[in-house]
Design a protein around this ligand. Structure first.
Ligand code: ADP
Ligand code: MG
Length: 360
């Protein structure tokens, strides 16, 4: 069992980790393919850091059925013998060494001779656009530059798996966005397996080949960024991925993945069923993103009568709330629907923009 991952570089099966009475990881299985950018996404306390600590060997798990890196069983190996390196949010650089010495350090303790280690370190610095700052002191660098040094120091030893624990968390928004792109490019050019931790759904969607969404020590859903964005399978996943409209209704029909729900006043709408095992006649939730809903004039296929209740101009976009037979719905428009919204009589969306899953 490796979650369908071909050529896995990292395999974790049935991992449990407890700190006393706290279960930080509750029967978790994850794999990452060779060269994959895998993101572990979840809010604070969901167990992300614990997972990285177990992979790297800083924490011995309560139990695990299988823990392999590059096909090798590492469950009982000490951290130093595992073919992986961790990059932390706090850069953990040595202040008494200059930039290139910091990067070369990991090679020197691996007994690479001095000149070779410095040559490799300079190459790694070039990869993170810091070749010109090799001789600087750490204190002479900005936060973004320090994080680049930490990255260079991690990749220079060419680990099979690079573990990154919210590495951009300390940087300001603009720099964070630039570094996201740089990190992706670095990962692609190295072809290295990255396991990246973040609590930011935007970061996860931007960078990853695959996202694993966690909550309370369990995996809630995993898939491509598009899967998580467009096909949440639970109320938790939809909420975490930013769905503004999540409504409860009764599932009255299901044909394959096409479901029809009915609201108390009798209004029916259709959507894509993403969860298994829903019962016709039971209460479900249906979710639609605000930006997928727009005012429609005629009787569009998926549309409902609507009355404008609120409109907030936010510069780049306009947030609109309407009252409908399905309850209040939020719309977001980037095309200056502003003035037209006064004439909203109906709002509509594509059938595939509505997703249906269990109510809880
Ligand atoms: P995340 O990185 O997603 O924020 P963590 O893996 O750090 O989550 O923590 C998961 C859970 O384990 C939390 O409830 C946290 O309080 C608890 N925890 C983490 N480290 C320890 C520890 N050393 N001792 C006790 N509880 C811990
Ligand atoms: Mg953490």
């Amino acid at each position: 069992m490796n979650n369908g991952v071909v050529d896995p570089m990292l395999e974790i099966e049935d991992l449990v980790h407890c700190y006393g009475a706290v279960t930080a990881l509750n029967h978790v299985s994850v794999s990452a393919a060779k060269g994959e950018f895998l993101t572990i996404l979840g809010s604070s306390g969901s167990g992300k850091t614990t997972m990285l600590r177990v992979i790297s060997g800083l924490e011995m798990p309560t139990s695990v059925r299988r823990l392999r890196i590059g096909g090798q069983d590492v469950a009982h190996l000490p951290a130093a013998k595992r073919n992986c390196t961790t990059v932390f949010q706090s850069y953990a650089l040595f202040p008494h060494m200059n930039v290139v010495e910091n990067v070369a350090y990991g090679l020197k303790i691996r007994k690479v001779n001095g000149p070779d280690a410095l040559k490799e370190a300079r190459r790694a610095l070039a990869m993170v656009q810091l070749e010109g700052k090799a001789d600087r002191r750490i204190s002479q660098l900005s936060g973004g530059e320090r994080q680049r040094v930490a990255l260079a120091r991690a990749v220079v030893t060419q680990p099979a798996v690079l573990l990154l624990d919210e590495p951009l968390g300390a940087l300001d928004e603009r720099l964070r966005q630039d570094m996201q792109i740089e990190l992706m490019e670095l990962q692609r050019s190295l072809g290295m397996t990255f396991v990246y931790i973040t609590h930011s759904q935007e970061e996860a969607l931007t960078m990853s080949d695959r996202v694993v969404l966690m909550s309370h020590g369990r995996i809630v859903q995993s898939g491509s960024p598009l899967d998580l964005f467009d096909r949440p399978e639970s109320r938790f996943a939809a909420g975490f991925m930013g769905y503004e409209n999540i409504l409860e209704a009764t599932l009255v029909a299901q044909d394959g993945t096409l479901g029809t729900v009915e609201f108390p006043g009798g209004l029916r709408i259709r959507g894509v069923v993403t969860a298994d095992g829903l019962k016709v006649g039971g209460t479900v939730a249906i979710a639609i993103r605000a930006e997928r809903i727009s005012p429609v004039s005629a009787e569009a296929p998926e549309s409902v009568e609507a009355t404008l209740t609120n409109r907030i101009y936010r510069g780049k976009y306009t947030d609109v709330t309407v009252a409908t037979g399905a309850g209040p719905l939020r719309l977001r428009s980037w095309h200056g629907v502003g003035s037209e919204t006064e004439e909203i009589r109906r709002v509509g969306w594509n059938t595939t923009d509505a997703v249906i899953f269990a109510a809880q």
